[in-house]
Design a protein. Structure first.
Length: 573
């Protein structure tokens, strides 16, 4: 490729990809506007977008050639790259996508559609049935979803936070068990945090149930999808040759599930397995990979699931102004959200703070310093409850003392969220404030009480990517403390030697993507730009308002009780 073209690509990968396309799919007519098309498609794929709407002008990419989209559409058509079933790019109206991803989406939808049929009636039933009283607290939409368990093999349950998804799941499981008490049931989610949250919520919901139902519901395992599929370096050990012998599986947080994982699961499930897919369609797509949940919500796709798709709309979790901001963002868009936030006064559960980009905002500094001090104190209180012999093992379960329960509850009380890892107010800047400029190279110096996040799936020690623990002890006794689910589905605390973790990060703050599947009483969201700021000067750039909207929506819906949104002063620009 000619030397002048090198500077016209977003990444070296994009440049190499175009070279491969030219080599293996020689264009009928080459136009350098194809460089923009490749950059836009790759940028979209990195966000999880399968299809790019050519009518929408990319906001975060500098187009090398004017005339988007007509000039670029013409170049694409004249190249021949959209003609035929083996073309590298698919063009459907104004929507463009990579052929490989498009075909994988089509294949996945077909796999789900094939399973979309009435289930076999099973006559064996428990003497206890779901009666009218047990459904009194459910609304019409929830009851509709529960009734689908009697007849449909595929069920799609969607809804935002607080709409009663978990309460509905519990009653759906109860319905399934009354139909057949011998069913082998599983619960799954894409992250360890989400799987634990689902398990915890179900456990809390069955406290007043009577045996044998309580015992059966309590013993339903909840694991990450990767753990169910026994993921390893060479792929999934569970597959069409080694099936998961399940009768019913609930998959929560579907917005985070990527194509390869859902395909792997569909291949590994028996043909008769009933599948309940649950998620919030307004959340972020899986980062770096195409997602399936948003495609399943689209009008054209949803026609295949008209009779077995339920959307919960009534909110039961009154979050005051948090709910008002969320609904404004969801219904009226990003600009309306920022306008409302700038106009309203601080309330009991929401506030807006303006700060300079040159430093970490004061509320964040104060909150984190107090949070760090309390974490250290609570961690030190746990030392005495750990027996001496436990420190000799590379990994051991330790009794969950009252002090440990307090510690992990405190960790879950706060989330500091950033749109990105680098740049102004990024995760790295916050960790530099607390751990020093060289914190990434000096992990061995992170002190007791430092929260940490596992960054890879390690089923051999019970950890999943995104699990949060804490450093306890010093010197030879420096260990990591994590809450994990054992193989018996008990929540246990494990003391783990640092050498056992493949890769981990500090977790005083995290990106919004990493926070998916989590909730906290208090959320501080650092947002170093608003849609009022010119795109040229904004320190964070979004491909589209839809992506910015999903990012904001995911962030603010992590807050259970209090939300503070921190934005920059206009003088920063």
């Amino acid at each position: 490729m000619r030397e002048p073209l090198k500077k016209k690509f977003s990444t070296d990968l994009n440049k190499s990809l175009l070279a491969i396309l030219i080599r293996y799919y020689p264009p009928i007519e080459f136009n350098e506007a194809l460089i923009d098309v490749v950059n836009v498609l790759m940028d979209g794929l990195s966000r999880g977008d399968v299809y790019i709407d050519m009518k929408e002008i990319p906001k975060n990419l500098e187009l090398k050639y004017n005339g988007w989209p007509s000039y670029h559409m013409k170049a694409l058509l004249e190249s021949g790259w959209t003609k035929g079933d083996n073309s590298p790019i698919v063009l459907n109206g104004d929507l463009v996508s990579w052929r490989r991803t498009h075909d994988e989406i089509v294949e996945t939808i077909n796999k789900i559609v094939v399973r979309n049929k009435p289930i076999n009636n099973l006559s064996k039933e428990l003497p206890v049935r779901i009666d009218t009283k047990s459904l009194e607290h459910l609304n019409i939409q929830q009851i509709e979803a529960v009734n689908l368990v009697k007849s449909e093999q595929i069920i799609l349950l969607s809804g935002g936070p607080g709409t009663g998804k978990t309460s509905t799941i519990l009653q759906m499981l109860l319905q399934a068990l009354t139909r057949n008490p011998t069913l082998d049931i599983a619960m799954a989610a894409p992250t360890g945090k989400a799987a634990k949250k689902l398990k915890d919520t179900i456990q809390a919901g069955i406290e007043n149930f009577e045996d044998p139902l309580k015992d059966k519901l309590s013993n339903i395992p909840s694991k990450t999808l990767h753990k169910w599929l026994e993921a390893g370096p060479n792929g999934f050990k569970r597959n069409s040759q080694r099936l998961l012998k399940l009768d019913l599986i609930v998959i929560d947080e579907m917005s985070m599930v990527d194509l390869s994982t859902i395909n792997g699961l569909l291949d590994a499930l028996t043909k008769s397995c009933q599948i309940i897919l649950v998620g919030d369609p307004d959340q972020l797509l899986p980062i770096g990979s195409a997602g399936i949940w948003q495609v399943l919500q689209e009008k054209e796709t949803k026609t295949n699931f008209q009779s077995n798709s339920v959307k919960l709309t009534k909110s039961y979790r009154n979050k005051g102004d948090i709910a008002l901001l969320r609904n404004t963002l969801k219904d009226d868009g990003v600009d309306a959200f920022w306008h409302l936030l700038s106009m309203k006064e601080d309330s009991s559960n929401t506030s807006h703070y303006l700060s300079s980009l040159k430093t970490i905002p004061d509320p964040v500094v104060r909150t984190l310093l107090n949070h760090r001090r309390m974490l250290k104190k609570l961690t030190e209180n746990c030392i005495n409850s750990i027996p001496d012999e436990a420190w000799q093992s590379s990994m051991v379960e330790v009794a969950q003392s009252v002090e440990m329960l307090k510690l992990f509850k405190f960790i879950d009380n706060l989330l500091i969220l950033c749109p990105q890892r680098y740049g102004p107010w990024g995760v790295k800047k916050i960790h530099e404030l607390l751990l020093g400029k060289s914190f990434e190279k000096e992990v061995h110096k992170w002190g007791e009480g430092t929260p940490i996040m596992a960054k890879s799936n390690q089923p051999e020690i019970g950890l999943a990517n995104g699990d949060v623990g804490i450093i306890i002890g010093n010197g030879d006794k420096r260990r990591f403390l994590f809450n994990v689910f054992s193989e018996e589905q008990r929540l246990v605390t494990r003391l783990i030697n640092p050498s056992r973790l493949n890769i981990y990060d500090a977790a005083y703050a995290m990106t919004i993507h990493k926070a998916q599947g989590s909730e906290a009483d208090r959320v501080l969201l650092l947002w170093p730009s608003t849609s009022k700021v010119s795109e040229e000067n904004s320190p964070i750039k979004f491909y589209s308002y839809d992506y910015e909207k999903r990012m904001l929506y995911t962030a603010i819906t992590r807050a259970k009780k209090q939300l503070m949104v921190i934005t920059n002063k206009e003088e920063d620009f």
